[in-house]
Design a protein around this ligand. Structure first.
Ligand code: EPU
Length: 305
């Protein structure tokens, strides 16, 4: 019996949701790229999420927590272990005065809009970021001069030894597209933000303007995983790549967007190896021209050659 089969057997009837063995991760990433996970678990509720996480831990099966799959490149060989999706299990929001909370699987853009409609300002800059609230906390996601760290009060987390802990913004050590949680494998259960009262109409108008700008400058609607590289201090990775002539470069079906050079788009059947190769080419041309080594922003997961 494989570890994933033991896990399925252990979960038995107590688990509510979907358990898909050998599930292609291309079905669950915005890139539409990625080989099979030994097991893909889509728990239907919080109790089932805790159950699968606990059983994986007890059996020594590696677990990868996945939100919207919008910021990851999963290898062609896929992931040895269980991928646990949060979108169905952790989807509640709550509002009290100027404090707004969302469970980790809540769509970030929907949460931002719900806050804006209630006249709660502070996170509206993140309106167009594809992803979940949990992923946004781990990455300290940001756009339009606003990031999770700007307004986060605290996040509730589950540790691998199944303790529920609350960490404040400072304890989470949120930095530019980085936090103490990255690579740790803890489950973000929810995040709580302190926002500022503002006019709902004005906020919705700002959201509208930022979404329009994003559609004009980024390959929205195409298969991509957000910005590929972090911006180096004082510069824009997109601009450096553009000026170095990277736009339109292609490896197989992976292409550097002709709209914004810090995006790679999957033109059809791009493999993870194609994307990785293209990232290496892009880094090399920026390093040669500017002496700057770009650092990947997207998370590379799974088994690589
Ligand atoms: N630019 C070019 N050519 C390009 C792309 C950009 O010349 O191909 C120029 C733009 O004209 C602009 C400057 O570079 O003058 C900066 O571009 P932009 O405003 O698009 O911002 P960015 O620094 O490239 C950052 C974030 C984005 C976020 C936008 C908008 C990073 C790595 N990128 O991009 O976040 O959406 O600001 O706020 O921090 C992400 O994190 O996945 C992401 C896409």
């Amino acid at each position: 019996m494989t570890a994933a089969e033991s896990l399925v057997a252990q979960l038995s009837q107590a688990f509510q949701g979907e358990l898909l063995p050998n599930e292609p991760m291309a079905r669950h990433t915005t890139f539409r790229i990625g080989g099979p996970a030994d097991l893909y678990a889509q728990p239907a509720d919080r109790a089932s999420l805790l159950l699968v996480y606990r059983c994986a831990w007890e059996l020594g099966v590696p677990a990868l927590i996945l939100g919207a799959g919008s910021n990851v490149l999963v290898s062609d060989r896929g992931f040895r272990g269980v991928v646990i999706a949060t979108e169905k299990a952790l989807k509640a929001t709550s509002f009290e005065g100027d404090v707004a909370s969302a469970e980790a699987g809540v769509n970030l853009a929907s949460f931002v809009r719900a806050c804006a409609k209630r006249g709660l300002a502070g996170i509206e800059g993140m309106c167009g970021i594809p992803g979940t609230v949990g992923g946004a906390v781990v990455m300290n996601a940001g756009a339009n001069g606003c990031e999770v760290a700007s307004c986060l009060l605290h996040a509730d987390l589950l540790t691998p030894d199944l303790r529920e802990v609350r960490l404040t913004r400072d304890e989470l050590d949120l930095r530019y597209r980085d936090s103490a949680l990255k690579g740790l494998g803890w489950v973000v259960l929810s995040a709580t933000f302190r926002l500022t009262p503002a006019s709902p109409d004005e906020l919705m108008e700002r959201v509208h303007q930022m979404e329009t700008r994003r559609r004009a400058t980024q390959p929205v609607g195409e298969r991509n995983a957000g910005c590929v590289f972090k911006n180096p201090p004082g510069a824009s990775a997109g601009r450096l790549l553009d000026e170095a002539g990277a736009k339109g470069l292609r490896v197989g079906d992976a292409q550097i967007s002709t709209k914004h050079a810090n995006f790679i788009v999957n033109r059809g059947n791009a493999s993870a190896a194609d994307v990785k190769h293209l990232m290496e080419m892009a880094r090399a041309i920026v390093e040669e021209k500017y002496g700057i080594l770009l650092e990947p922003e997207l998370l590379m997961v799974g088994e690589w050659e």
